[in-house]
Design a protein around this ligand. Structure first.
Ligand SMILES: CC(C)(COP(=O)(O)OP(=O)(O)OC[C@H]1O[C@@H](n2cnc3c(N)ncnc32)[C@H](O)[C@@H]1OP(=O)(O)O)[C@@H](O)C(=O)NCCC(=O)NCCS
Length: 193
């Protein structure tokens, strides 16, 4: 099998790896799937946007204050891109980071994002030593809310009309997880094994 490229984390079924040029086609396809884009801010996304995004990510490294880094989620069996998860490191407080995630429609419902984001949280809290992770979800995005709650993240805010999507102001929930809470969860999982 071909080499996966730079791998940041690995699970039973997945690599979280650096983007590569071959990812542009599948990335463009899922970004422009209406059901995938429904609760996202992007509109009128073009193939050129996708290519420019992937090229930037190929040259990027995680944990640079003031930037988003996008990890490609790839199936270990084929190295095929099936989605991505993102890490935002703000410049004003880089110890508190934000995450996001997207999965191609045909791969949803298999637990891949749960598996990928669990590995991402491990990387964030252990390798990067971050203090807190936050995530936002459109209040109507039930699948995303289930992802966050299944990860043990706490809903700590309901933010009214917090972002503009498809021409309307939308409410968001803010979810959070402290490094100390993650360590307790990991310990409990190990005890249960
Ligand atoms: C949000 C989103 C990533 C959720 O995708 P998803 O496939 O439902 O999430 P997971 O990959 O974690 O899969 C969980 C589902 O797989 C099921 N599942 C099946 N096999 C499983 C397995 N082996 N292990 C775990 N879960 C499994 C779970 O029961 C769960 O289904 P449920 O929510 O109906 O109970 C996806 O809908 C998406 O990309 N949406 C568009 C982008 C977006 O809105 N992102 C969020 C904002 S940043």
């Amino acid at each position: 099998m071909e080499k996966p490229g730079k791998v940041y984390a690995e699970t039973d079924r997945l690599f979280l790896r650096q983007f590569r040029l071959q990812d542009v086609d599948p990335f463009y396809k899922y970004r422009t799937t209406p059901a995938v884009a429904a609760f996202q801010s992007w509109e009128g996304y073009t193939y050129a946007d996708a290519e420019s995004f992937v090229r930037k990510q190929i040259a990027h490294t995680p944990n640079q204050p003031g930037t988003w880094f996008q990890f490609a989620i790839a199936l270990k069996s084929s190295n095929e891109l099936i989605g991505d998860c993102a890490l935002h490191t703000p410049s004003n407080e880089p110890r508190i980071v934000e995450i996001g995630y997207t999965l191609a429609l045909e791969h949803q419902g298999n637990g891949y994002v749960h598996e990928a984001v669990t590995a991402l949280l491990h990387y964030i809290f252990h390798t990067l030593g971050k203090h807190k992770v936050i995530a936002f979800s459109d209040v109507r995005n039930e699948k995303s809310i289930r992802v966050l709650e299944r990860l043990g993240m706490r809903r700590e805010g309901h933010l009214l009309q917090n972002y503009m999507s498809k021409g309307q102001w939308v409410d968001e929930y803010q979810y959070s997880l402290l490094q100390s809470e993650w360590m307790v969860q990991e310990h409990a999982c190990r005890q249960a094994e």
